[in-house]
Design a protein around this ligand. Structure first.
Ligand code: FES
Length: 323
């Protein structure tokens, strides 16, 4: 979690144009720190922006690298200030506060083959997974969809794998002549035996992916969301007890648990407020959560022993949290 203890100061060493609407940022440690914390393929970091916003971005460099983190940022037309700040204000040479890497989208390193499906900026976590697959010698196939070639980041790196017999690169530009939407059902049907499949992209793509992979063993199906799929639980009408202080907080209609805590001056770690980053995860000691997040798997949700307090609610009159 991005607690005060795990915050890291980095310098923006370079800002690069990667595609129309997509900038790359190279973040390096600041003295006395020599190395950044290690990370695993699929991990992300929280950026604590000077405008007060917290935003999560996937790390796209090879997981063995400790001297820098690379992220890619898409300029979101509906930006609430995060991607706009990154594109219009942040410049190379400036400093930034980040949280240590966390991973909600890990690569299964035992898989005999990896199939990656990326839509738009969803390519970023796949870049570190591809680098790791290369290190492990695991064959991989990438289906990469973008509106046009000009909108597709990292094509030069990806095309550098051309000719590698363990690699298949299938590019799909749906707004170019002859282009069409990815046929996820056909991609899933053509999966090699035992392959693990990973998808990251816009909501309609992930919805189609969930449908296409419904019959596959869940341990072979992986996905990461960039935006909430369900509305937050804001019915309220229950009490949250904070076990460490014994404090009881009423969660009123219209509030999330996080809202109710912030309203009384308690500031637990949080970032996306959409149930996708995992920063606000808290242990549940008593009560039944109403899970609305996209971080926990179905099995983890059924265990009811943790909750994302930015979006999930409570089905019982009282919820006791390890806070
Ligand atoms: S703040 Fe991101 S999951 Fe709650």
């Amino acid at each position: 979690m991005s607690t005060q203890d795990s915050l890291i100061q980095v310098r923006v060493r370079a800002v690069t144009y990667e595609a129309d609407g997509i900038l790359g940022f190279e973040l390096v440690p600041m003295p006395p720190l020599k190395d950044l914390p290690a990370f695993t393929a699929g991990a992300h970091i929280d950026l604590h922006l000077p405008n007060g916003l917290l935003r999560s971005y996937s790390l796209l460099n090879a997981p063995g690298e400790r001297h820098r983190y690379l992220i890619g940022v898409n300029k979101d037309a509906k930006s609430r200030g995060g991607s706009r700040y990154m594109h219009e204000v942040l410049r190379s040479g400036e400093t930034l506060t980040i949280g240590a890497p966390r991973n909600n989208f890990p690569l299964d390193e035992t898989s005999p083959m990896n199939v990656f499906i990326a839509g738009g900026i969803g390519i970023t976590p796949m870049m570190s997974m591809i680098a790791r697959s290369q290190e492990l010698g695991t064959p991989w196939r990438l289906h990469y969809a973008a509106r046009t070639r000009r909108n597709a980041a990292f094509l030069d790196v990806l095309q550098g794998h051309h000719g590698n017999p363990n690699v298949e690169l299938r590019l799909n530009f749906d707004q170019e002549a002859g282009g069409q939407m990815l046929d996820l059902a056909a991609i899933v049907q053509a999966l090699p035996a035992g392959a693990h499949v990973y998808c990251c992209g816009p909501l309609p793509m992930l919805a189609a992916y969930e449908q296409a992979t419904a019959a596959l063993p869940p341990e072979r199906v992986h996905m990461e969301y960039f935006a909430a799929k369900e509305a937050a639980a804001t019915d309220g009408g229950y009490v949250v007890e904070l076990a460490r202080s014994g404090k009881q907080v009423d969660v009123r209609p219209g509030q999330t648990i996080l809202d109710s805590l912030l309203a009384i001056g308690i500031e637990p770690p949080f970032s996306c407020q959409e149930g996708i980053c995992g920063t606000c995860e808290v242990k549940v000691l008593e009560g039944t959560p109403d899970h609305r997040d996209l971080v926990l798997t179905n099995a983890e949700k059924a265990a009811n022993d943790r909750i994302m307090i930015c979006c999930s609610g409570c089905k019982t009159p009282k919820l006791v949290l390890d806070l």
